[in-house]
Design a protein around this ligand. Structure first.
Ligand code: F6P
Length: 553
């Protein structure tokens, strides 16, 4: 079938869409206060549970009827068939003619998943075994640097999916990491990033992992060249590269041309998208940090969520519910942004990771057939860990003029239980979703003795929706389940919006222009500039500053 979706009717012409529009007209004036008052058990019924994740979506402006209509829309869009097509390895990434099979990365041995008639699961397990052997050698100290010293620092060089996932997960699972191995990440094409990452490090004790699916990303290659020069300057010998560099890539030829030893290459496959790759060899730095057993436990969490997604009826299916809620707010309430608010210090990079996952996947303006959308696609995803965000932007969440749905993510047990801090943290998380949903009206304020003149400023209208995802503790398995939850929620949204969630053509134009512009910044003679007047003036100003002596102080 080659991943061809059946000819889709335009979303906004579907009767299911129109039914949701009519329903929205009734729902927009209904408040969360009314919904909770009308159903005393709402907090226990609008929930779903899977893979150790408890999802409370009762504080959303939905009724059973809303869910029924959203699910009818999902069915009309063929969501079930699209999920099956992805799991079957069909080439659902049509613009790049590729299968999308990140679910194979966590498939157990013995399960068959095929791409072009080839079962890829044995390759995945062979790769996991190689990664496991390599990371064990590093963790035990048996892999030595060129001068015989033990490797103490591992630096991952990559960008986007080759950086955000591993960095987020290394931080999230720091609790079970081997503490005498220091993991660092260099991504930005800014000398500062590299200089600060290697400051005070010895090349003799440092290993670089160059992660790039394509091995063409200019920033990554530039950082890899810096790393190579930094090592060679200290170690003096080309041979040393073999002990201090490994690469993860689908482009072995380019990596070898770059100077990587062939047996230091870890494969990546073209059926894995960059932003869906943290559980592939792209996660090598993570496996080095936490060890193969914890990595396997994380894969188990991914798998549990995959199984839930592919087999559970939509009414109880966490990723489907979350994806449909996003559609409900984006397309009917005209919501433009979505906040992700993890109440766990270890999840501090989770919002940044989700930004690429959601926005690079569904930040699209045409359907699978290339027709312009007449509805909105991905919301802007952003966020910060609690409680830090509370003292920064939550004011807008509570009293701003925009509706911003939120995902709260919290844990019942702290991995660092100190004093009563965890109760304090979680009291804040529960209080925030309560305050957003129910607010505080003038009458309550008056009763609490607030002076009349202050009342307008202090009223919180409430009716601001949120989900809460509650788990026991942040284990590798829970992290895997959480990431898979968002992967599949993004997939669900992409199916409703009829997008190809797996290409990223929009990123290419900027890359192309930067490539053209670079010589104009670097050449010694004054370039003839053919850009718009703003870009021309900026380039001239940049060149003029560079030519004048640097100011100090
Ligand atoms: O620029 C976008 C992108 O292609 C992402 O999709 C990808 O994760 C990132 O660049 C890095 O790509 P690579 O792993 O090929 O260096």
């Amino acid at each position: 079938m080659n991943g061809e979706p059946t000819q889709q009717r335009l979303l906004t012409q579907l009767p299911e869409w129109r039914a949701l529009h009519a329903h929205y007209a009734e729902m927009q004036s209904l408040s969360l206060r009314q919904l909770f008052a009308g159903d005393l058990r709402r907090g226990e019924t609008f929930i779903a549970e899977a893979a150790g994740l408890y999802l409370d979506y009762s504080k959303h402006r939905v009724t059973q009827e809303t869910l029924k209509l959203l699910i009818a829309l999902a069915e009309a869009r063929g969501l079930r068939g699209r999920i099956e097509a992805m799991f079957r390895g069909e080439k659902i990434n049509r613009t790049e003619n590729r299968a999308v099979l990140h679910v194979a990365l966590r498939a157990p041995k013995g399960v068959h998943m095929q791409v072009d008639g080839r079962d890829v699961v044995p390759e995945v397990h062979a790769m996991l075994e190689r990664m496991s052997r390599f990371s064990e050698r590093l963790r035990s100290g048996s892999w030595r640097g060129h001068s015989g010293k033990r490797i103490r620092h591992v630096i991952n060089i990559g960008l986007g999916g080759s950086d955000l996932g591993p960095e987020m997960a290394c931080e999230a699972l720091r609790h079970c990491s081997q503490r005498d191995l220091d993991l660092r990440f260099v991504s930005n094409a800014d000398g500062t990033a590299f200089a600060e990452a290697v400051r005070n490090l010895s090349p003799e004790e440092t290993l670089f992992i160059v992660c790039s699916k394509t091995f063409t990303t200019a920033e990554t290659l530039s950082n890899a060249r810096l790393a190579r020069a930094w090592c060679l300057e200290a170690l003096g010998d080309e041979q040393s590269i073999q002990r201090h560099f490994v690469a993860v890539t689908a482009n072995a030829k380019a990596a070898v041309e770059f100077g990587m030893a062939e047996n230091n290459l870890f494969d990546m496959w073209d059926w894995i998208g960059g932003r869906y790759s943290m559980d592939s060899a792209i996660g090598l730095s993570l496996m080095i940090a936490i060890g193969a057993d914890h990595f396997q436990a994380m894969l188990g969490g991914f798998r549990a969520m995959d199984e839930h997604f592919s087999s559970t009826p939509f009414e109880r299916n966490l990723p489907v519910i979350m994806g449909l809620l996003s559609v409900w707010y984006v397309n009917f309430f005209n919501v433009g942004t979505w906040a992700v608010l993890p109440y766990d210090e270890y999840l501090k990079y989770f919002p940044a990771y989700l930004q690429q996952l959601a926005m690079e996947s569904n930040g699209k303006h045409v359907t699978q057939d290339g027709m312009g959308l007449d509805y909105q696609s991905s919301p802007i995803v952003w966020g910060e860990r609690g409680t830090n965000g509370q003292h920064s932007f939550y004011q807008l969440l509570h009293q701003g003029t925009r509706l911003v749905p939120c995902d709260f993510i919290g844990f019942c047990r702290s991995l660092n239980p100190l004093s009563n801090q965890h109760a304090l943290l979680m009291a804040n998380m529960f209080a925030q979703s309560e305050a957003l949903a129910f607010g505080r009206d003038a009458q309550q304020l008056r009763k609490a003795g607030v002076p009349q003149q202050q009342i307008p400023y202090r009223v919180c209208d409430g009716n601001r929706p949120s989900s809460t995802i509650l788990c026991e503790s942040l284990t590798p398995a829970i992290l895997g389940a959480l990431v898979a939850l968002y992967e599949h929620s993004v997939f669900t949204q992409g199916v409703i919006w009829d997008l190809n969630s797996f290409d990223q053509w929009g990123v290419e134009l900027g890359k192309l222009l930067a490539g053209n512009l670079l010589p104009e910044l670097e050449q010694s003679s004054e370039p003839t500039l053919g850009h718009d007047s703003s870009t021309n003036a900026l380039i001239r100003r940049y060149r003029r500053f560079r030519q004048s002596p640097a100011r100090t102080g």
